[in-house]
Design a protein around this ligand. Structure first.
Ligand code: NAP
Length: 508
């Protein structure tokens, strides 16, 4: 049953008076449940509890933390169809996607639990002493990591499960000993409450300290701002818009004690297609990209929003075919009326710029459904107009017709930082791709060859992040086992007696 209350530690509270409802975008109707925004007192209580819980939680054994993570996964699975129905009602996403995302969420939790079975994630380094070294003896130095403290997590609207309440940020922070205070996303507050309940039950069943997790309802930026400004919050995880992520980064930097903000934000994910690929496989790639651009109604941070090629008859045919194919796909509903209106606004802004032509036929769509589209523009117009580089969050892509390879390279060099870049080529292109690869990898966090950027594998070799503004710190990934590095800091112990060292640094 949905109560509409925040979880402050293990108890549910709703002492405030600001209420809101989520929306079923398919029906374009408000859902029945009423949520109450957390008050300043409730926010402070949750953070103070997290701070007290941190003292115990950071010293809880890794095997017990693993039990906690596995128990969360079990509890999420036990939510069964209730969770799927709620997810669909609040996001408009289909059941298949709900099940897939739940599996991914559970997989992530279990993977972090498994990670805790070894010390590999602790970045251990041991330099034993050389007492007779001249001219000065070398001390014994041993390095490992410590958790930063309570983490504020801002769930993403486009992944109500895998990147929200118990998503990658929460799972990775809990794994390494950081309590988590979630700022619930107002578009899927019911999904958030179900998941928060699962985390709290798991914490109680496995003996975790109260305050290890809280879930704050909020509609509006005040709750998030208070969280980020609170001196006992020590790091922030965020997925969403550049505007939101940047605001939180600036807020954190203004604190007396600035803290890291790991924000994963906008990206247009450039794709370079070579002349040979266009000649030999242009139709195949047009079909593949029509699917990738519209996947999940284009609401993926890895959506391919920019396709770069060198002007030719084949590039024109590819662009026309892409535009034809994309409108044969049934339009799909967007996550929320606000996301739909932002899509319409951004698409109009980009397609209204000088030199841009929309090639796809206009589509009549129902309320909250997205009318997918493909546009094209010359390389010179693209280079000189930064508005054309902005993310249109939804099923839209622009094909840039470059004059020559020099212009294509100039465009890549001048692109803002991106989560991904893709190169589509034939084997015969390989000897000539080194410069493109070199320029491209300077701008992106993941480089894909002959594929699509949508679809993010969860494994140790995945990097999901990139130069600003795709993320606020390109040295870290938000996906995969290495994402735990965001929530720990290094610590060295010099000449420390064995009995005072953590296990991973003791001899043997
Ligand atoms: P958002 O507007 O950035 O909001 C994300 C979360 O951050 C929400 O909980 C929001 O709170 C909070 N927030 C935003 N600005 C804040 C601020 N200045 N101070 C404190 N908290 C703040 O993203 P969204 O709601 O998920 O979607 C809106 C747009 O973001 C989309 O249309 C799309 O353009 C973009 N987006 C991009 C990606 C991507 O992966 N690239 C993913 C999702 C969204 P409230 O909602 O309560 O105000």
């Amino acid at each position: 049953m949905i109560t509409g209350k925040s979880y402050i530690g293990f108890s549910q509270q709703s002492s405030g008076s600001t209420t809101y409802k989520t929306i079923n975008p398919k029906l374009n109707l408000e859902n029945e449940w009423v949520f109450t925004e957390a008050t300043s007192e409730e926010i402070d209580e949750a953070i103070n509890m997290a701070w007290i819980a941190f003292k115990a939680y950071r010293n809880i054994s890794e095997s017990d933390r693993a039990k906690f993570l596995n128990a969360i996964a079990d509890e999420i699975e036990a939510l069964g169809d209730d969770l799927v129905q709620m997810y669909c009602a609040e996001s408009g996403l289909p059941e298949g996607r709900a099940n897939g995302e739940r599996n991914r969420t559970v997989f992530q939790l279990r993977s972090f639990a498994e990670m805790l079975q070894s010390d590999d994630w602790k970045q251990v380094s041991i330099d034993t002493a050389i007492p007779d070294r001249t001219p000065a003896p070398k001390p014994d130095l041993r390095r490992s990591v410590l958790p930063l403290g309570p983490v504020a997590v801002f769930g993403s609207s486009n992944f109500p499960l895998a990147y929200s309440t118990a998503g990658g940020d929460t799972a990775s922070a809990l794994a390494v000993g950081c309590p988590v205070v979630v700022k619930s996303h107002p578009m899927h507050a019911g999904t958030g409450e179900l998941i928060a309940g699962a985390i709290v039950r798991a914490a109680q069943a496995t003996g975790m300290p109260e305050g290890v997790f809280s879930n704050l309802n909020s509609k509006g930026i005040e709750v998030g701002q208070r969280l980020v400004k609170h001196p006992k919050i020590k790091a922030v995880g965020f997925t969403g818009s550049i505007r939101g992520g940047r605001a939180l980064l600036d807020l954190a930097a203004q604190r007396t004690e600035p803290i890291p903000v790991f924000a994963e934000m906008g990206s247009i994910n450039p794709v370079v297609i070579t002349q040979n690929a266009l000649e030999y496989n242009g139709s195949k790639w047009a079909e593949t990209y029509a699917g990738s651009i519209t996947l999940g109604t284009g609401q993926f941070c890895t959506n391919p929003g920019l396709i770069l090629g060198i002007k030719s008859r084949e590039l024109t045919s590819f662009t026309e075919e892409l535009a034809e194919k994309i409108v044969t796909i049934d339009p799909m509903v967007m996550l929320h009326p606000n996301i739909k209106s932002a899509y319409g606004r951004m698409k109009s802004e980009v397609t209204g710029q000088s030199g841009v032509s929309v090639l796809s036929a206009p589509l009549e769509v129902e309320t909250n459904y997205a009318d997918q589209a493909v546009a094209t523009v010359d390389g010179s117009a693209f280079l000189s107009n930064p508005k054309l580089h902005t993310e249109v969050f939804g099923p839209f892509s622009i094909v840039v017709q470059c004059e020559d390879e020099a212009q294509l390279l100039e465009i890549i060099e001048n692109l803002e930082g991106q989560l991904t870049g893709t190169i589509i080529a034939e084997d015969s292109d390989l000897p000539n791709l080194h410069t493109i690869v070199d320029e491209m990898r300077q701008r992106v966090g993941r480089l894909i060859f002959n594929g699509v950027p949508t679809g993010v594998e969860v494994c140790p070799s995945m990097n999901h992040g990139g130069p600003y503004p795709s993320s606020t710190d390109p040295r870290f990934t938000a996906v995969g086992m290495h994402s735990v590095r965001r929530w720990v800091r290094l610590i060295s112990y010099q000449n420390m007696p064995e009995s005072l060292l953590p296990n991973e640094l003791q001899n043997g």
